[in-house]
Each structure stands twice: as C-alpha cells, then as structure tokens.
Design a protein around this ligand. Structure first.
Ligand code: ARG
Length: 473
C-alpha cells in the first residue's frame, strides 16, 4: 500500500488511478485469498513457465528471469512450510504471490506480469489445479473398482436375492451385484477423461481478453505446462468455465452412483436384512442405545449429492447470462468447485474403506431368498419350454403354486411333486430341479447374466479393462 496525495492508503497493484482506498468491508467482500490460496502450486508453475517464455522471447532479461525463478521457488517453499502470511489486502493468490515476489527480489518482480492478466492467469491456474485433481479422483475411482472386483471375485457364487421395487425378484450372486457398480464407476472415469481432454488447452497469453502485442510464444508455455495446445480465442479463453461445469456434472453422477451403493449398504447392514457386516472402523455407536452400530459413513455418502448437485447449480447459475469476457462473477467459481473435489475424494476413499472390509453373511442372504419365492420365473419358463403351456397360462399356474407354498408356509423348493401336480397334473420330477435356487442362478448364462461362471469371466474382464491387469486373462 502507498499513500496518495491526501495521505490515504491506496492499493499498489491497481491503485494508480484511484484517489481513495477501498472500504474495509469491500476488501473482505472482494477478496478470494481465503479460498484461492490452494491454487498456489499451480499459480507458481504457471508463472515459472510464463517467465521462462518471456526470457526466451527476450521480453525480459536472463538476469531478471533467474531472480524471478528463485523468488517464486522461495515463495513456494514458504507457503508449503506455512511460513507465508496471506493478506486480504492483496485480494487473491495471484497478487499475494506477486507482492511477495517484489518484496523478495525488488523491481524485477514487477516484470513477471508482462504480457498477461489475472484473467488468463486465473483460468490457467484453475485448469492446472483441476487437471491434477481429476487425475487423483480417477485413481480413487480405480481403487474403489479394484476393491469391488476383489469382493466380487471372492463372492462370485454367493447367492442372494436380486430385487426389483425392493421386492425379492430373482436369485443373483453377490459378485454380480457388486460388478454392476464397477460398470457405473467405469463410465464415471470415462466422463472424467473426456472432461480432462477438453479442459487441456492453455488460456495463458490471452491476457485480459484481447491477446497481447508482446511477441509471446503460447505454444512454448502450453508445452511446458503439458497442455495439448493454446486456446484459439482469447475472449473465450478468459471467460470459459465449461470445464468446471463438466467436471461438476461428472461428479454429480459419481455422487449418484455412490449414494446408490451407500443406500444398499444401509439396507444390507440393517437388522431386518443383515446381509452384510460393515467394518467397525466405518460405523459408529449410539450415545444412548448400547446395542447400536450405525452406518454413519454410508448415510453421509447417501446425503452428499445434496452438496454436489448444489455446487453444480451454483456455478451454472453464476455463469448463465454473463456477457463476454471476464466478470468478477467468475471468482464465484472456486468455492463450489473446490468443495466438489474435496467431497468426491472423501466419499470415494470412505466408500473404498467400507467395501474392502465389509463381510457378507451368506445364511441371511439365503434365508431372504427362501422367503421370497425367487424361482417363480424359472418355474413359469419351465412350464412354457417343457410342458408347452402358453406363457400367460404358465404365469397363472405359477402364481397358484406360489400361493400353495405360501399357505404351507414353505419355500418353492420344499414343495413335493404331488403338491405341484394338484395344479399342473402333468408335471414331472424335473420340475423340482427348476425350483432350486442354485440351478436358477447357474442357468443365467446369457452374456452379462448372473451365472457364477459368467461372474468369474466378468471379473477377469473388468481387471483387464479397468485395472490394466493384463496377466489375469
Ligand atoms: N481473484 C480473481 C478471480 O478469481 C482473479 C481474476 C481477477 N481479474 C480481474 N479482472 N479482477 O476471478
């Protein structure tokens, strides 16, 4: 800060044309340093590449470039070691770093901002930051897929009820059920990869909005920062936040998938189902009811889409109707984006912890199966195929057989041939095999079906496709 002629403190980054200082509340309202400081690594990487290019193009001297480089590296160490004092009066991470640079190396520090603006700088920083985080999230997704695949392999023939409308429908294997989530997460990874690809163009060098008259080399900077190429239109480059919206949309689907799995964990671990035991490390006790083990982690994951969708809508609403090019509105992109990244990462790590340590309880799964008459469809199919009964009639007879089992308070498997013949007089001994749950499952060999041998094949394929485990096939 320096004083103007009337002795008032003026911002020395942009205060040249100002004769009075900003209101204190304006400083707080206007600044983003409280949250954008997490961009420091990317901001410094961007500045290092930019200054190297300025030097190569002889826009700044080698001596100034060396000073700038060592100053920036010192600042990076200071921030990493918690020895940097961030200040609201320098508004954001870009100006906090630049101010410190000038404090360390003097006037050469003031040359760093040649041929750039905070508008292209901030767009570059967010892209660099998000690209790193997309790579980390992809790894988290891959790890969760790995745990699901491992559990599926261990339980490739474990029988459980498959549900529709949350009513017992047909027998399936636990392995098959878990692999359904591996597919969902695979699509999530595809969406992130797609978003990363479109994001990977460098905005730096677009300057405020119109480009610059300095002889810069944007391809050089793009290469240094591992971008595919520089952006093609300077106005679009500084005002584009599509990549953040795309990422947050992809994250919304991840959140949906995780919340579905979380809900299943809640159901499966409930007293009524007891299909699984959740690891103690991811459940909590009740302060009043000593018998309780609550699935808090799963419940929180079930709730997180509220935040994740909210963040997406937040940013879309900010961007809607914004005239070209940069508007301060865009500073509002950060908090929702940062929150989404943090939340998704946490959810994936916690879900991975639960999945890798959960224990299925086979007898409970079987008990539920036996109660639910899950082989009724097999029975109807048998009547059609082997007794040439039209499907509608077969459906009707099967209904009657189910009613009979219900009245005898037993499963379909426990009915005798005589019982069945009271409804289908020409039924033979083979019908009893059809009613067996394991036979029902092993018959489901159509591509993508639940038969245990299919599940084993699907496990191998998933390892190869998602985990790059080539020696598994
Ligand atoms: N803190 C600002 C943001 O996050 C940096 C860009 C400021 N640009 C400007 N023209 N005021 O958007």
């Amino acid at each position: 800060m320096k004083n103007n002629s009337s002795g008032k403190k003026i911002n020395n980054i942009w205060g040249g044309r100002f004769s009075s200082s900003t209101d204190e509340i304006m400083q707080e309202f206007n600044s983003s340093i409280q949250f954008d400081k997490i961009l420091y690594l990317d901001d410094i990487d961007g500045s290092l590449a930019h200054s190297e290019m300025l030097c190569k193009q002889e826009i700044i001297s080698k001596k100034d470039f060396d000073l700038i480089t060592s100053g920036l590296k010192q600042i990076r160490a200071e921030i990493s070691n918690d020895q940097f004092s961030f200040s609201l009066k320098f508004e954001d991470i870009h100006m906090n770093i630049e101010n410190r640079l000038v404090a360390i190396i003097g006037d050469p520090g003031k040359k760093l901002h040649t041929a750039r603006s905070r508008n292209d700088q901030v767009a570059t920083d967010i892209k660099l930051w998000l690209r790193r985080n997309i790579d980390e999230i992809d790894l988290n997704l891959c790890e969760l897929q790995g745990s699901l695949i491992e559990k599926a392999e261990a339980n490739y023939d474990l029988l459980m009820p498959g549900y529709t409308h949350l009513q017992v429908a047909q027998p399936i294997t636990f392995g098959h059920h878990l692999l359904a989530y591996v597919e969902m997460l695979g699509r999530d990874r595809g969406r992130l990869a797609d978003c990363r690809k479109r994001l990977n163009e460098l905005p730096l060098g677009s300057a405020a909005l119109a480009g610059t008259s300095y002889p810069i080399d944007r391809y050089f900077v793009a290469k240094k920062l591992k971008f595919e190429k520089p952006t093609d239109n300077s106005m679009d480059a500084v005002s584009d936040r599509d990549f953040a919206v795309e990422f947050m949309s992809a994250s919304s689907l991840i959140a949906i998938h995780l919340s579905r799995l979380a809900e299943e964990l809640v159901i499966w671990s409930s007293d009524r189902f007891s299909f699984i035991k959740l690891p103690e490390s991811f459940t909590t006790g009740s302060s009043i009811m000593p018998q309780k083990r609550n699935p808090d982690a799963a419940e929180l994951i079930r709730a997180k889409p509220g935040r994740i969708f909210g963040n997406l809508f937040n940013l879309m609403t900010v961007l809607k109707g914004l005239p070209m090019a940069y508007g301060k509105d865009m500073q509002e992109d950060k908090e929702p984006l940062f929150d989404t990244v943090k939340t998704i990462k946490l959810c994936l790590i916690v879900m991975n912890g639960m999945v890798s340590k959960l224990e299925p309880i086979p007898v409970k799964m079987l008990e539920a199966l036996q109660k639910g008459f899950p082989t009724a469809t097999d029975l109807a199919d048998y009547l059609v195929t082997y007794l040439a009964i039209p499907f509608r009639d077969a459906h009707h007879f099967t209904g009657k057989i189910v009613l009979l089992a219900e009245s005898k308070n037993c499963s379909l498997e426990k009915l005798t041939l005589d019982d069945i013949r009271t409804i289908v007089p020409n039924a033979d001994q083979n019908i009893l095999n059809v009613l067996k749950i394991e036979n029902s499952v092993s018959q489901r060999t159509s591509y993508g079906g639940t038969a245990p041998k299919n599940v084993l094949k699907a496990v191998k394929k998933a390892k190869l496709k998602f985990l790059g485990n080539k020696n598994e096939i």
